[in-house]
Ligand binder design. Structure first.
Ligand code: HEC
Ligand code: HEC
Ligand code: HEC
Ligand code: HEC
Ligand code: HEC
Length: 366
C-alpha cells in the first residue's frame, strides 16, 4: 500500500516528472527546427527562470537578429541566402518567413516575427515540438513542468552546431569558423573541459566572450620583459579554450609609444602590431593570421633607443567587431539604410582598453 501511494505521488503530485525521448543531438539540431506549441517567448520562461532570463538578456545570443543581420537580408526575395544565415542566427522554422516546398519556397504560415526578433532564445536551445528539454538536473527539483533530460546539453558538441563550419569558406586552407576544432585539439578538448565550463559557469546563461573585458582578462596574461636594446610585451593565452581570438571578426591591436616627462606623446614613436585573423571584406583573401593558440604567446618588441629618460607606454586594445565595422562602413557607401547606421553605431563603439603599462627607461642603461 505504501508503495502504491509513493508511486502515485511520484507520478501525479510532482508535476516536474521526466519524459523519456530518444532524440539524438543530430536530430535535435537538424534545421529548420520546430518549436511547436510551448509558449515560445523568453519572457514566458523568464517568469519562473529569472536567473537564466536576466543572464541571457545581456548576452549576444539574444541579439543574434539585430540590425547588422537584418540589413543584409531580403528573405522574401532571396530565401536561400536568408536561410543560410538563419541556420545559426534564427534556426527555428517559426523564425523563418519562407519555407522550402518542392524546388521552391512558399510563405510560412507559422512565421512569428516576435519570436524571430528574440534571436537565440530559450526555446531555440530548450524546446522541440512543444516539449521542454534540459540537462541532467543539478539539484533538487521542486515542481515545475515535465521535461526531458539530455546529457548532450553539457557537451561541447551542443555548441558546435553553430560555432563550427566544416565545409566551404576555406581561406588559406582554413575554414572561416573553426572554434570547436580548435578547442577539440587543445588540452581543454583533450581533457573535456567544455565550452559550458568557461562560458556557462554554474550553468549561468551569460555566454560572455570577446565583447566582455573581464572575460578576456581571465583568459590572457601579460608580461613585460626589460632588456638592454628593447622591451618585450608578451601576451599569453593562458585560459582561452581556443585561439585568441577565435573568429575573423575581432582584432586585437598592440601599441607602443614614448611619452615625455609631462606625459605628452613623442611624435613618430607609435608602433603597432595585430593579434587576429584579418580577412578582406569579400572573404576571398586572408591578410594575416596571428591568433594565439591555447598555451601559446605573442611577443611585441619596442626599442629602448630614443626613449632614454622617458617612458614607453604599452597598450592592448580590443576591437571585437573590427570586421563588421569595416563591412558596415563600406556598405554605407552604396545605401542609406537605417539598419546599417544602427549596426555601425554598435560596432564603432564596442572597443576597449584591455591592458596598459608604462615602463620608465633610465637615462643611462643599468
Ligand atoms: C543556434 C545557434 C547557436 C548555438 C546552439 C550556440 N550559439 Fe553561441 N552564438 C551564436 C550566434 C549567431 C552568435 C552571435 C550573435 C550575434 O552577435 O549576432 C553567438 C555568440 C556567442 C558568444 C559571444 C561571442 C562574443 O563575440 O562575445 C559566445 C561566448 C557563445 N556564442 C558561446 C556559445 C556556447 C558556449 C554555446 C553552447 C552552450 C553556444 N554559444 C551555442 C549561435 C549559437
Ligand atoms: C555557423 C554559424 C553562422 C552562420 C551560418 C552565420 N553566422 Fe553570423 N555570426 C555567427 C557568430 C558565432 C557570430 C559572432 C561573431 C563574434 O562575435 O565574433 C556572428 C556575427 C554576425 C554579425 C555581427 C553581429 C551582429 O549581429 O550584428 C553579423 C552582421 C552576421 N553574423 C551576419 C551573418 C550573415 C548575413 C550570415 C549569412 C550570410 C551569417 N551571419 C551566417 C554565426 C554564424
Ligand atoms: C544557446 C543555448 C541556450 C539558450 C539560448 C538558453 N539555454 Fe538554458 N541551458 C543551455 C545549456 C547548454 C544548459 C546546460 C549547461 C550545463 O550543463 O553546464 C542550460 C541549462 C538550463 C537550465 C538548468 C539550470 C540548472 O541550474 O540546472 C535551465 C532552467 C535553463 N537552461 C533555462 C533557460 C531559459 C529560461 C532560457 C532563456 C532565458 C535559456 N535557458 C536559454 C543552453 C541554453
Ligand atoms: C510556471 C513556472 C515555469 C515556467 C513558465 C517555465 N518553467 Fe521551466 N521549470 C520550472 C521549475 C519549477 C522547474 C524545476 C526546478 C528546476 O529544476 O530548476 C523547471 C525546470 C526546467 C528545466 C530543467 C532544469 C534542469 O534541471 O534540467 C528546463 C530546461 C526548463 N525548466 C526550461 C524552461 C523553458 C525553456 C521555459 C519556457 C518555454 C520554462 N522552463 C518555463 C518552472 C517553470
Ligand atoms: C578554458 C576556457 C574556455 C573554453 C573551454 C572555451 N572558451 Fe570560448 N572563450 C574563452 C575566453 C576567455 C574568451 C574571450 C577571449 C577570446 O575572445 O578569445 C572566449 C571567447 C569565445 C568567443 C568569442 C569570439 C572570439 O572571436 O573569440 C566565442 C564565440 C567562444 N569563445 C565560443 C566557444 C565555444 C563554442 C567553445 C567550445 C567549443 C569554447 N568557446 C570553449 C574561454 C573558453
Amino acid at each position: 500500500m505504501r508503495d502504491v501511494v509513493l508511486l502515485w505521488m511520484v507520478l501525479f503530485l510532482v508535476p516536474g516528472y521526466v519524459v523519456a525521448d530518444d532524440i539524438t543531438l543530430f536530430e535535435y539540431w537538424s534545421r529548420p527546427l520546430s518549436i511547436g506549441e510551448k509558449t515560445p517567448y523568453p519572457e514566458n520562461c523568464g517568469e519562473c527562470h529569472k536567473r537564466q532570463y536576466t543572464d541571457w538578456i545581456g548576452s549576444l545570443h539574444r541579439r543574434s537578429v539585430g540590425p547588422g543581420l537584418l540589413s543584409q537580408l531580403k528573405p522574401e526575395e532571396y530565401p536561400d541566402y536568408a536561410l543560410s544565415c538563419y541556420y545559426c542566427h534564427a534556426p527555428a522554422v517559426e523564425q523563418n518567413e519562407m519555407v522550402r516546398r518542392g524546388d521552391g519556397y512558399v510563405r510560412n504560415d507559422s512565421f512569428d516575427r516576435r519570436l524571430k526578433h528574440s534571436g537565440i532564445s530559450c526555446v531555440i536551445c530548450h524546446v522541440r515540438k512543444g516539449r521542454i528539454y534540459g540537462p541532467v538536473p543539478s539539484g533538487d527539483r521542486e515542481g515545475g513542468h515535465p521535461f526531458t533530460v539530455k546529457d548532450f546539453f553539457s557537451s561541447a558538441e551542443f555548441c558546435r552546431v553553430c560555432h563550427q563550419l566544416d565545409g566551404g569558406y576555406e581561406l588559406n586552407g582554413k575554414v572561416l569558423v573553426n572554434t570547436y576544432r580548435e578547442w577539440k585539439e587543445s588540452p581543454y578538448g583533450k581533457n573535456n573541459i567544455t565550452c559550458q565550463h568557461c562560458h556557462m559557469p554554474d550553468r549561468r546563461h551569460l555566454f560572455r566572450g570577446i565583447h566582455d573585458p573581464e572575460m578576456v582578462r581571465n583568459g590572457v596574461d601579460f608580461e613585460v620583459r626589460g632588456g638592454k636594446e628593447k622591451i618585450t610585451l608578451l601576451i599569453k593565452n593562458t585560459g582561452v579554450g581556443h585561439n585568441f581570438p577565435t573568429y575573423v571578426t575581432p582584432l586585437v591591436v598592440v601599441r607602443g609609444f614614448v611619452v615625455d616627462g609631462s606625459g605628452t606623446v613623442v611624435g613618430g614613436t607609435l608602433r603597432e602590431s595585430f593579434v587576429g585573423r584579418k580577412v578582406t571584406l569579400d572573404l576571398t583573401e586572408e591578410l594575416f593570421d596571428t591568433r594565439i593558440p591555447p598555451g601559446g604567446e605573442f611577443g611585441f618588441e619596442y626599442p629602448v633607443d630614443g626613449a632614454k629618460g622617458k617612458k614607453i607606454v604599452l597598450e592592448v586594445w580590443v576591437y571585437p567587431d573590427e570586421f563588421y565595422n569595416r563591412f558596415f562602413h563600406s556598405a554605407l557607401e552604396d545605401t542609406n539604410s537605417e539598419d546599417i547606421k544602427e549596426a555601425l553605431d554598435i560596432t564603432e563603439n564596442s572597443f576597449y582598453l584591455l591592458f596598459r603599462e608604462e615602463v620608465r627607461i633610465p637615462e643611462r642603461p643599468m
